[in-house]
Ligand binder design. Structure first.
Ligand code: ATR
Length: 265
């Protein structure tokens, strides 16, 4: 049996085992996926490489894991973090968050080239979304509470891709096609919070999936916007991990498994 895992700390609430095991069951493959709490990578790495065919990596190890791997795909170099490793003769690092964000956006906007996107936030999730949108040829602007972090991200994109990201001092909503919340605002236990007071009738995506129907998405729906919830990016990054490990992801089954798990948790 092939073994896979998500490593992180804390890891108890992870939705990944339910999603991936549902996929393996649907595909009829002899594989199992578990959640492993890893405090120190240096002690765990050899064990992981020996016993697992692949792992997903989450907080706090997405950057630290890079010291151990042999190969890194382009997205890993751009974002400076990996969330998926394939163990074979070599250990290969991928970042499927970027791909997941783009696939999630494409469920509502198939062609991102030329689209005006505002990303709220400048943390790890925002990085993946900003890089993905910039690579797709979208016009990206960025707003973050801490403007220095937004400036750093914009500078990084300019250096690595030669593309300009507009950093805003306050959110500018006029003329936008897509609005993305990549902050943790609105996440349980702060479900009554939203990053904005009013939201335009455009395409609106939230990375927060707990609650699934965030205040931000409720406001967006009330404004008549088309919405993409946080489960979509999560499922799409998981689907890309499965492709990397050599499987054809049953996306519908994976989405259902995540939604079921969220309802139960
Ligand atoms: P992740 O890796 O999931 O993106 P992160 O790196 O901690 O998480 O980033 C969280 C993002 O949410 C940041 O952009 C943060 O803004 P700051 O850079 O100013 O800290 C944003 N954020 C979180 N809580 C916020 C709040 N109450 N108001 C405004 N922004 C908030």
């Amino acid at each position: 049996m092939k073994k896979y895992a998500v490593i992180g700390n804390p890891i108890g609430q992870s939705l990944s085992p339910a999603m991936h095991n549902a996929a393996f069951k649907e595909l009829g493959v002899d594989a199992h996926y578990e959640a492993l709490e890893v405090e120190k990578l240096d002690r765990a790495y050899d064990f992981l490489k020996k016993n697992f065919a692949g792992i997903n990596v989450t907080i706090p190890h997405k950057v630290g894991i890079l010291e151990y791997v042999d190969e890194k795909e382009m997205a890993v170099d751009l974002i400076g973090a990996a969330n998926c490793i394939e163990f074979g003769k070599t250990a290969n690092a991928y970042n499927t968050d970027m791909y997941g964000a783009i696939e999630a956006l494409k469920t509502e906007v198939p062609k991102l080239k030329g689209k005006r996107v505002l990303v709220l936030g400048a943390g790890g999730a925002a990085r993946a979304i900003v890089y993905g949108c910039a690579l797709e040829g979208a016009e990206v602007s960025l707003y973050n509470r801490t403007v220095e972090k937004a400036n750093e991200l914009a500078k990084d994109v300019r250096t690595k891709l030669g593309k300009d990201i507009r950093v805003l001092r306050k959110p500018e909503l006029k003329g936008l096609d897509i609005l993305v919340n990549a902050t943790s605002i609105g996440m349980t236990p702060n479900a009554n919070e939203s990053p904005l007071d009013s939201i335009p009738k455009i395409v609106v995506m939230d990375i927060v999936y707990n609650p699934l129907d965030t205040k931000f998405l409720k406001q967006a729906k009330a404004a008549g916007a088309r919405t993409i919830n946080g489960v979509e990016m999560f499922v799409q990054q998981g689907a890309e991990s499965l492709r990397i490990w050599g499987y054809k992801p049953p996306i519908e089954v994976m989405r259902e498994a995540v939604l079921k798990e969220l309802k139960e948790k």
